[in-house]
Design a protein around this ligand. Structure first.
Ligand code: F6P
Length: 472
């Protein structure tokens, strides 16, 4: 039987060390939460890093056994690899570059060497598992070299690659000293997928301008092989979010917060800590809203959840300090004895609690500076059921290409964002319901199952086309 081997840097489950020993919790981030619902089907396996440095062979065996029962195969990273491949090349160079924050990019030969080494390590782990008929589906920017490495070892194999972050203009890609290796690495796949048509066009133009590979209708000739490039906007497990939102636990959580906030109106903001998410800009816009519309003082609360992320990387630490200071200052300037403008939480929350907060919020602020897709926007929509609510969405999130019934804003325009918050808070309920149900129709139809099916169908299509071309 043929299976799909999913490969990503991070597994959907992470190991954590406590005083009682190792234990396992769900990972954060769009990739893990998005694909987490479906990978277990039909004997599939997920290969990736369990998110912790585990060097002791006995502990490695324990983790391997525990994860195997849940169809996962761990790749263990050393402390040096975590620093140079994960924090370094992936998150201090590729992440800022691909999100148009090149000013944060760090170029280090040691980072590159480690990136090559770890991609090879993943390649060996996949080859040890994959049979000749298995399909290999590689995910995201941490593993850009892997498709080509797998191709060299298994020339006939079906390999898909999906990028979960934006693919920027070729003007940014050309700055990378290792641009050729990175692009050739991706082109080892049979099918390369992006969230939006715009990212796909940027990739095609990089391949043309930097490698000299022209394309036609998304098809690129790479030597004897034809590679297909296409757009697949990722969806969520809509029914799961809709059902959890109706659960007793989510309702109780909603009520708990509602009582604690004295029935104040709620604007919700949920993100991983990241400078791409526009968290500081959002805080400034909220302050501006309180200045422009003082009638909201004492009547609205910004409920802001920031999930810890990449806290060993300097830029993330600096951002944490900036956010802490901003929240402290705004709260100090505007609070009264009975009202706190911002309720700020720096931790991760279980799904049922998030769901309760989605139920509670009148407005969700999803205002990244850049974001490949942003699944929080879709989760909010799925959790609303037949209740009103307004989504304020950045035009630079991939989700804005689909969710045109949100209030679409430019996240650097704090004045526009402040006005949008006011507009959302006063929007008539029937307009909210209409916009919400339009978005729900879209998010429920184009869900994560649809996304996987579409990607896999296109992969089958290109494999058949390659065979036809070879026999012509
Ligand atoms: O969505 C992009 C992404 O890097 C995913 O690959 C990852 O699951 C998520 O963000 C969280 O990032 P990290 O794995 O670095 O914590």
């Amino acid at each position: 039987m043929s299976r799909t081997i999913i490969v990503s840097n991070r597994l959907p489950t992470k190991a954590q060390r406590t005083e009682e020993g190792l234990h396992f919790t769900p990972s954060e981030g769009g990739l893990a939460t998005g694909l987490g619902s479906i990978y277990r089907a039909e004997g599939n396996v997920w290969v990736g890093w369990p998110g912790l440095e585990i060097e002791d062979p006995i502990e490695q065996q324990f983790v391997t056994r525990e994860l195997r029962d849940d169809s996962m195969a761990p790749v263990f990273l050393t402390q040096d690899e975590i620093r140079d491949y994960y924090e370094g090349f992936s998150n201090e160079l590729l992440w800022p570059t691909f999100h148009y924050f090149s000013q944060h990019a760090v170029y280090e030969q040691a980072y590159w060497d480690s990136y090559v080494g770890v991609n090879q390590k993943f390649c060996d782990a996949v080859l040890a598992l994959a049979g000749p008929d298995d399909t290999i589906w590689v995910h995201d920017y941490q593993l850009l070299l892997l498709p080509q490495m797998l191709r060299a070892a298994r020339p006939e194999c079906s390999i898909g690659f999906f990028l979960h972050i934006p693919f920027p203009s070729h003007e940014l890609i050309r700055v990378l000293p290792w641009r050729q290796e990175l692009l050739e690495g991706m082109l080892g796949a049979d099918l390369i997928g992006f969230h939006t048509y715009g990212y796909m066009r940027h990739f095609l133009s990089s391949a043309a301008q930097l490698l000299g590979y022209p394309s036609q209708n998304g098809l690129i000739e790479v030597g004897q092989r034809t590679v297909l490039v296409d757009a697949f906007p990722m969806g969520i497990d809509y029914d799961k979010y809709a059902q959890v939102a109706e659960s007793e636990e989510a309702r109780e959580c909603e009520q708990l917060y509602r009582d604690a906030l004295n029935d104040s109106r709620v604007i919700l903001s949920i993100d991983r800590l990241d400078y791409t998410k526009g968290i500081a800009e959002r805080l400034r816009a909220y302050e501006q809203m309180l200045q422009l519309y003082p009638e909201w003082r004492g009547r609205v609360t910004l409920l802001m959840l920031v999930v810890p992320s990449r806290d060993q990387v300097e830029k993330y630490r600096a951002l944490k300090v900036e956010i802490d200071e901003l929240v402290g200052r705004i709260n100090a300037d505007y609070r009264t004895i009975a009202w706190m403008p911002i309720q700020y939480f720096y931790r991760s929350f279980p799904l049922e609690h998030l769901s309760g907060l989605y139920r509670l919020a009148e407005v969700a602020l999803v205002t990244p500076m850049r974001d490949g897709m942003n699944l929080v926007a879709k989760e909010f929509v799925a959790s609303k059921g037949d209740r009103p609510g307004v989504l304020i969405l950045s035009e630079r999130a991939g989700a804005a290409r689909e969710l045109s019934d949100a209030l679409i804003i430019n996240p650097t325009d704090t004045r526009q964002l402040a006005e949008a918050m006011h507009e959302a808070l006063v929007m008539p309920e029937d307009e909210q319901l209409l916009r919400m149900s339009n978005m729900q129709a879209l998010v429920s139809t184009y869900n994560v199952y649809h996304w996987v099916r579409l990607f896999m169908d296109r992969l089958t299509y290109i494999k058949l086309k390659q065979q036809t071309l070879a026999t012509d």
